[in-house]
Design a protein around this ligand. Structure first.
Ligand SMILES: [Fe+2]
Length: 148
């Protein structure tokens, strides 16, 4: 799996966790899926920021997309943090998750439609494979540091 494929796979997992959250009203299930989502978002965003974004800056026409992506990761982090302080029993929990969903799904689509095709076009297959290895390494390093 090359680097872009692995990031797209993360995106699909993020989308499916949002679907799980949409499909339940059970507070335990909500909390469980949200915890998984929060961890995945953190690990995924770190890998993109540490590996993808610096490499992608060398590709033409990516600077603005990366700046926007970075801003959206930061905003997403803040939204996740805010939800962590709300009990899954409260109706506000689902409302805030829905806001996060709308925001993040838009971010994922933008990356897939605008940034990833540019990176794919500018990097060789070999380079994309290397990117995949670097992303895997970074995720493995970050994962143990992610605390609920
Ligand atoms: Fe992403």
């Amino acid at each position: 799996m090359d680097g872009i494929e692995s990031l797209e796979k993360d995106h699909d997992r993020i989308r499916s966790l949002f679907s799980e959250l949409e499909g339940t009203a059970d507070p335990h299930e909500l909390q469980d899926s949200f915890d998984k989502l929060g961890n995945l978002l953190t690990i995924h965003a770190e890998a993109e920021e540490q590996v993808l974004y610096p490499e992608a800056r060398n590709c033409e026409g990516t600077a603005e997309l990366i700046d926007k992506g970075q801003y959206e990761h930061d905003k997403g982090d803040q939204m996740v943090l805010a939800i962590k302080s709300i009990s899954a029993n409260e109706s506000e929990f689902k409302a805030k998750v829905r806001e996060l969903q709308e925001f993040m799904l838009n971010h994922l689509d933008e990356e897939e439609n605008d940034l990833f095709p540019r990176v794919r076009q500018c990097m060789s297959d070999n380079k994309l494979d290397k990117l995949g290895n670097q992303l895997r390494e970074t995720k493995a390093n970050v994962a143990p540091k992610v605390v609920d």
